[in-house]
Design a protein around this ligand. Structure first.
Ligand code: NAD
Length: 327
């Protein structure tokens, strides 16, 4: 089958991961590269052997190149502009998370996908890791009964520089979206209310609040405590955080992405890891390509992702107002 040709927009930071994913793929290839930074564009063009004739600093020029899809890896505030221009030009889009930096912009993007009848898919790669699938499958198996309470702890201290250090609520908007999306996937639960608070530790290098504690109430009665920080001073968790899921008859947990399980009164033991031949970006690219071939509908469409993004912005509203916010 012929390779699907992708325009990649934003080839700097995370764009590098997508360049590598495409380089390793037998199903997809580069159609064109776009970046507002000419030096970044020149560097990636040389590194990945993409001809300069299909490297552009303006999206409009790239949209004239024949292509099958567009992968958007720009910062969140540009997602609406880039994705909607692509969909209006007749291209399906796989965009990086968060879908957008505001809920109204994300809703406009989903409306644009609907109007143009183009696929809008969101790169929620954290779902597609073996240990995440292991927890999901264990919960879904019902081995320990229904989950009733869960806790997610996330502590990291990265110095990124750039847009994250200037945006409001960087942890909740740019990072916790992964954990919230994982929560919906692993627990097969939809939150209906959130309360909590956020703050910035005295040593924070972020302008916006880099720490929070939230409680999500879910439609099935499940209560989830989420606590995290992007200003951790040590003993960090993994990027996916540490999880503890308490079910009626036992516990499913993960620490540093290693899953353990135990029935009530029994010691915790290692869980068998679910097999996943494709992971993270490779999984997403494969799902995107299969969707372009009409073989599947991706799990993380823009429409589905609005539910994860709603958790983000309801959480922001809860910490801003100090009230319990319903969905
Ligand atoms: N899924 C993940 O695990 C993961 C990890 C890191 C970042 N991300 C996401 O990827 C996106 C990009 O983050 P990053 O860390 O790579 O940011 P970055 O600032 O490091 O890189 C963004 C690149 O996009 C370019 N750019 C900016 N505006 C543009 C525009 N309008 N048109 C074309 N190019 C433009 C910049 O010049 C830069 O090269 C964000 O949405 C971020 O949340 C996802």
């Amino acid at each position: 089958m012929s390779k699907k040709r992708m325009i990649i927009v934003g080839v700097g930071g995370m764009g590098e991961a997508w360049m590598n994913t495409l380089a390793a793929s037998t199903d997809a290839d580069y159609a064109a590269l776009v970046d507002v930074s000419a030096p970044t564009l020149a560097r990636q063009s040389a590194r990945y052997g993409v001809p300069e004739s299909v490297c552009f600093t303006e999206l409009e020029q790239a949209l004239r190149i024949p292509a099958d899809g567009l992968i958007n890896v720009t910062p969140p505030q540009f997602h609406e502009e880039v994705c909607c221009a692509a969909m209006r030009a007749g291209l399906p889009v796989l965009t990086e998370k968060p879908l957008s930096d505001t809920l109204p912009a994300a809703q406009r993007m989903v409306a644009c996908a609907h109007e143009t009848e183009q696929l809008l898919m969101v790169a929620q790669n954290y779902r597609y890791q073996p240990f995440v699938r292991t927890m999901h499958d264990l919960v879904a198996s019902g081995l320990y009964g229904k989950p009733g309470q869960a806790q997610i702890a996330f502590y990291k201290g990265p110095h990124f520089g750039g847009f994250r250090e200037e945006m409001p609520y960087p942890l909740i908007i740019d990072m916790s979206i992964h954990h919230f999306d994982m929560l919906r996937y692993i627990l097969e639960a939809e939150p209906v209310a959130v309360s909590g608070r956020s703050w910035n530790p005295s040593w924070s290098w972020f302008d916006g609040d880099a720490s929070c504690q939230l409680v999500f109430e879910c439609s099935n009665g499940l209560s989830v405590l989420y606590h995290g920080s992007w200003c951790s001073t040590g003993d960090e968790t993994s990027w996916s955080g540490d999880w503890r899921i308490e079910c009626e008859g036992g516990v499913i947990a993960s620490e540093q992405d290693i899953v353990t399980q135990g029935a009530t009164g029994q010691p915790m033991r290692l869980a068998a890891t679910a097999p996943m031949p494709l992971r993270a970006q490779a999984y997403l690219l494969d799902e995107f390509v299969r969707a372009l071939r009409g073989e599947t509908v991706p799990a993380t469409t823009g429409n589905d992702n609005l539910k994860s993004l709603t958790m983000v912005f309801k959480a922001v509203e809860a910490v801003q107002t100090g009230t319990r916010v319903t969905f």
